[in-house]
Ligand binder design. Structure first.
Ligand code: FE2
Ligand code: FE2
Length: 271
């Protein structure tokens, strides 16, 4: 595949930012960039026709891994790369820089959009975190993500992360959310959300905090935009005010979710 170098560097914050990255991070970023380019190419090819849910299901046995597998655990472009070890007491920022390679740009872009739209700090933080758990696991990522962040953020933030997953299937034009074409491609044009998603939607729709996850979906981005290059630096203060960083480091604070962080930290551990 031919790499658009300009778009690749721009997507990572420019040439200087790329130069400062560890080799492994660069390799991961390149792999991710290629995946995105591939997605764009596939999207263009299928622009005229979305697959049916049955056609999507028929693709399962054409792939070596399942679609719900976390990004860290599979490579779509050859072998996986060695990872830079995290510091002894890793912070959210360490995970963001050294493990959330596949999801960070998308989440940064969403948080940046939320910031520009004047959202509360809690919604900006929810946007910044909303898909990062997909580096661990993709299936039911709203619930996994909320659980992983729950000990460290406010109830509103974890509510927003948990339920953005279900709300994405339901339009709310009044608040600026339309069903995305990306989902017609990913799930099939005639896909109907499962009953637990429908029931969750009904519950959240009537909840006093409905707008928290709804605003995550409104500020979510469905495509990689190489022209927008937010960096984590602009969110460090918001993280500092709204994320309770454990002093032992994420993964070592003996919380009920510490193992999830360790699994992201050490995905090469065989058991
Ligand atoms: Fe999501
Ligand atoms: Fe997202």
């Amino acid at each position: 595949m031919e790499i658009d170098r300009r778009a690749f560097f721009a997507g990572l914050g420019g040439v200087a930012a790329v130069a400062a990255m560890a080799d492994e991070a660069k390799a991961e970023a390149l792999e991710h960039h290629m995946m995105l380019q591939l997605n764009v190419a596939n999207q263009a090819a299928s622009q005229s026709k979305f697959p049916t849910a049955a056609e999507v299901a028929a693709q399962i046995e054409t792939q070596p891994s399942r679609r719900g597998t976390g990004n860290l655990f599979v490579s779509h472009t050859g072998n996986v790369k060695r990872l830079t070890p995290l510091p002894e007491r890793p912070t959210l920022v360490d995970y963001y820089k050294l493990r959330f390679m596949a999801t960070s740009n998308h989440c940064l872009q969403s948080a940046n959009r939320a910031l520009q739209n004047g959202m509360s700090e809690e919604i900006v933080l929810a946007c910044l975190l909303h898909d990062t758990v997909q580096d661990l696991i993709k299936v039911d990522h709203g619930w996994w993500g909320a659980q992983m962040y729950e000990p460290y953020v406010s109830e509103k933030v974890s509510f927003a992360i948990r339920y953005h997953q279900a709300l994405r299937f339901y339009e709310d034009k009044e608040h600026g959310y339309e069903y995305p074409d990306l989902y017609r491609r990913m799930f099939g044009s005639d896909y109907k959300p499962e009953p637990y998603i429908e029931a969750t939607y009904q519950m959240v729709r009537n909840h006093k905090w409905y707008l928290e996850p709804r605003m995550v979906t409104v500020n979510d981005l469905y495509a990689f935009d190489p022209k927008v290059n937010p960096t984590l630096d602009q969110f460090v203060d918001i993280i500092g005010r709204n994320f309770k960083q454990p002093k032992e480091g994420l993964g070592f604070d003996n919380s009920p979710v510490a193992h999830m962080w360790r699994s992201i930290s050490r995905p090469d551990a065989p058991l």
